[in-house]
Each structure stands twice: as C-alpha cells, then as structure tokens.
Design a binder for this molecule. Sequence first.
Ligand code: ATP
Ligand code: MG
Ligand code: FE
Length: 340
Amino acid sequence: CNILAIETSCDETSVAIVQNGKHVLSNLVSSQIETHKAFGGVVPEVASRKHVETITLMIEQAVEQSGLTLDDISAVAVTEGPGLVGALLVGIMAAKSVAFALDKPLIGTHHIAGHIYANNLTANIVYPALALVVSGGHTELVLLEREGQFRLIGSTRDDAVGEAYDKVARALGFPYPGGPYVDRLAMEAESAVELPRAWLEPDSYDFSLSGLKSAVLNVVNQKKMRGEEPMIAEIARGFQESVVEVLVEKAIRAVRAYDVRQLLLCGGVAVNKGLRRTLTERCHHEGIELLIPPFEYCTDNAAMIGAAAYLKWKTGEFSDLRIKGDPSLSLEKWSTVSIG
Ligand code: ATP
Ligand code: MG
Ligand code: FE
C-alpha cells in the first residue's frame, strides 16, 4: 500500500509517499515561516495562497523522489482538520483531484492523529498507549486503548503550549515563531525566575497556560517600569520549567492511572530540549517506555498524515469526494471502526 499524503493545515506545505504506514519513500516540506514572520504570526489568507503556489509541483516532486510512478499509488490521504479552513481546502482540493484522476480512494485524515502516529514511522507503538500532544494549537493527553482508537482524557482550557511559547517569546522580544528562542535561552540561563504552576484540580488531566503567560508578562512589564535588567534568560527558564514540570507530571500520572505500555510524545513542541530531557529522565527513572519522533516528524509534515491514514486504509474507511475542511474535526470521532 503506497499512500500519497498531503498536509496544508497551517503554514507548512508538505507532500509525502508512505508505504504501509511505515516506510517514508519521500517527504517534502516547504515552510512559509519567512513569509509570516513579517506579520508576527500566520496570516490565513497568505497561507492559503502560498499553498496554492507550491502544491502541484510538490506532488510531482514527491512522486518523483519516491522512485514510484502515479500508477503505484494506492490511496490519497489529506489533512481534513483541524487547521485553518482556507489552508486545509487547498490540500483537500489537490487530493481530491489526484484521487479522482487515478480512481483511487481518498482518506480524510486528522492532523493530531498524524502527530501521534508520527511515532509509528521510526518505532512501533504498543497498546494501550498514552500520547502527550504538544503543538501550536493543541495540548492534550490522548489514550489509545488499541490501534486507531483515540480517547481524550485531558486538554488545555485556554492557550496551547506552542501558542504560550510564541506569546512569551514576543514579550521577550523575539520574532515569530518564538518557541525555539525561549527554549535555547532557558537552557543557557543560570537561574530561574519563580513562576506559578497550573495544577488545576488534583484529579484533573487538563492544562491551563494563560495564568503562567500573564505572570511572565507581569514580570517583564514590572522590570521595564522600574528600569531594571530584563533578565530574559531567567524568565525564559522559569517559564519553561513551569510548563515542563506540569506536562511531565500529568503525563506520568496518566500513564500510571491508565496502566499503558508506552508514552508517546508528539507535536511541534516535542522538539523542545527541556521537555525532551526532563521527560526522558523521568520515564527512565520510572521505568516507562517513551517514544519521541525524530525532529523532522515532530513539526508539521505529510509523512505523519500517511502514517495515520494507513489506519483507515486497513479498515477500508474511505472519504467521500465531497469532504470539506473541518477546522474543528474531532479526534475521538475520527477513531477507526473496531476490528477483531
Ligand atoms: P497544531 O498541530 O496544533 O495544529 P501547528 O501544526 O501549528 O499546531 P506545530 O507545527 O506542530 O503546530 O508546532 C509549532 C509550534 O511549536 C509553534 O508554536 C512553535 O513556536 C513551537 N515550537 C517549535 N520549536 C519549539 C521549541 N524548541 N520549544 C517550544 N516550542 C517550540
Ligand atoms: Mg507550522
Ligand atoms: Fe501540527
């Protein structure tokens, strides 16, 4: 089974060919970050236009690089949601055209299922598993009792982790997307500014980041008003320590409560050095098996969409050519039908 996968949910245009949900024959990613930087964030209309400019050529190149021909393609997968609706539609229209022309099935795919199944590209997910999803738009704990079954056990009540990183980075004077700057600064800092931890109710697996973000902004503003040294490295480290501690502790508590066999880290923020390091150390200490995708499969890419789409290939759940982009597509509802 060779799946041609397309991802255009946000500001990366990506096309991949993935064999049996595992072997990446090609995976092209074109980032629009340089374009959006000037605006301080992703501008939806600009994102859609950029996808339109590159998608056709990228499909051709992905097929060429895979060493296959269009005749070898078994199905066409595309991110159906969540994401920016105009951006999603560009990928969906391209995917529909290819699927129709080749007379092959179309597989509308959930972007977060993709982030989770990125873990299956370079390792094997063992069930039951728990995914900690940390990205620009999501902060979630997802239980996978078996393959293709997604149950949301916790999520953010306000900002997503990546979003909070970007807002804090902006307050500290860094361009969009600021996550990597805050991460680097935090790792270099010699001490940390004391900042709150949002544990919420004792039994809750939800997250909240807006209080922490406001606390950071207060510290920055107070220092400015008093004309003091901004201490941006110490602030970055305090912020990162607070975020990482809560994410790691809640994930480990859920691993125990649901007695899963693996913890899967994923999403664009999974490249964060502080998070990777602390989670790896804690899992090692607790005897928990942890999977983290390589960097290229953490940030948005189409290979992960090909990996998730393979679930639907196996159950034969194909999409109608009438699908539209769904900005709030439900992950739980995207679960595959139970087999066996
Ligand atoms: P979603 O997957 O929820 O739809 P998205 O696809 O826009 O959102 P990703 O591309 O998965 O998000 O991740 C991008 C986010 O990751 C940005 O907010 C960016 O700042 C953040 N990020 C990237 N590198 C780091 C890092 N080293 N530390 C913290 N955050 C980071
Ligand atoms: Mg992105
Ligand atoms: Fe993403």
